[in-house]
Design a protein around this ligand. Structure first.
Ligand code: KG4
Ligand code: ZN
Length: 329
């Protein structure tokens, strides 16, 4: 079976063709990074305009690269939530048009669920596992007991981890997106400033919640002093974020006695986060899994795969009358 996956929830236009036996047969992502760099973040109306321009060329390229015909597609999976509504509707409308004209089923996919299940595209992980989703819009901890069997443990109360990276990069005048830039700059710095580790020691109701907005403000205060090198600020900030992300995940591993951890979303590409998780997994005794880099940031492959899995495991599809949602638990 061949499933087409469409992702347009934020600023990347992603289309993938996933084959049930061969895996990914094409995966095209058109990034709008250069466009949004000017604003230091994603500007929704511009993102929507670019999706409108890109969706058909990206789709066309994905079909050509997979060496199939549109009529070979068996089902169409699309991100329905969460995300920028003006961006989501471009992917959803395209998916509906394809489903209607090709007379093929339409499968709804939740963006966060897809980030988590992207891990299975290249490796096997046994249930249950703890999932830490860290992206531009989300920082969340779950217990994943099986497909469609998820327990939410906690999430961010304000800024997401990726958002904090992007905002700190803006404060330091480094460009957009901030994550990869800070990741490499931090390698040249030292932890000269001891920044707060928000909620890390919280044993109450915020035990598995996150908060990064105060940390960003603390970085701004330190940067304004004008005495530290950017490398050292970047390094100190990254150590604080990584301490919190790893610390809370390890707490969940211990509390629930779960031995597998999956880290997903754009920030899971971070080299220091990967390094620290490897160290902690050996110390505490759990296995940690990261998707390959091309599956960390937004892409159509995670949507196609999760759609395929939904179809195979539940057979559930949707009619043509559904809408996208900016938020959806
Ligand atoms: O998953 P994603 O592509 O989009 C959302 O669903 O939000 O994540 C994008 C986020 C951005 O905030 C970007 O700065 C961050 O992921 N990111 C990184 C790295 N690569 C991307 N953050 C830290 N280190 C990286 N290497
Ligand atoms: Zn994402």
């Amino acid at each position: 079976m061949i499933v087409l996956g469409i992702e347009t929830s934020c600023d990347d236009t992603g289309v993938c063709l996933f084959h049930s036996e061969k895996g990914i047969i094409s995966n095209v992502v058109s990034s709008q990074v250069k466009l949004h760099a000017e604003w230091g973040g994603v500007y929704p109306d511009l993102a929507a305009r670019e999706h409108t321009r890109n969706i058909i060329p990206v789709l066309d390229r994905a079909v050509k690269e997979a060496k199939v015909k549109l009529s070979d597609i068996d089902a169409i999976a699309v991100t329905v939530a969460p995300g920028l509504i003006v961006s989501l509707v471009i992917g959803i409308s395209s998916a509906k048009a394809l489903s209607w004209s090709l007379k093929k089923p339409l499968i709804p996919v939740h963006h966060i669920e897809a980030h988590i299940f992207a891990i299975f595209i290249e490796q096997e992980v046994h249930f249950p596992f703890i999932a830490l989703v860290v992206s531009g819009g989300h920082t969340e901890l779950y217990i994943i007991r099986g497909f469609e069997d998820y327990l939410y443990l906690g999430g961010t109360l304000d800024d997401a981890a990726g958002e904090a990276y992007d905002k700190v990069a803006r404060i330091l005048g480094l460009g957009y997106p901030g994550g990869p830039i800070i990741d490499s700059l931090a390698k040249k710095g030292r932890e000269v400033i001891k920044l707060p580790r928000p909620l890390l020691k919280d044993r109450g109701k915020n035990r598995f919640n996150f908060s990064f907005s105060g940390l960003k403000t603390a970085v701004m205060r330190e940067a304004q002093k004008g005495i530290y090198r950017k490398e050292d600020i970047a390094h100190s900030f990254q150590e604080a974020v990584v301490d919190v992300l790893v610390g809370k995940t390890v707490d969940a591993v211990i509390e629930y006695g779960i031995k597998n951890v999956v880290v997903a979303g754009g920030v899971s590409a971070n080299s220091r986060l990967r390094e620290r998780f490897q160290e902690e997994s050996q110390k505490t005794g759990f296995s940690v899994y990261f998707p390959p880099l091309y599956l960390c940031t937004d892409n159509g492959a995670m949507i196609a795969y999760t759609g395929y899995r939904r179809f195979k495991e539940t057979g559930r599809t949707t009619g043509l009358d559904f809408e996208g949602k900016a938020r959806l638990r």
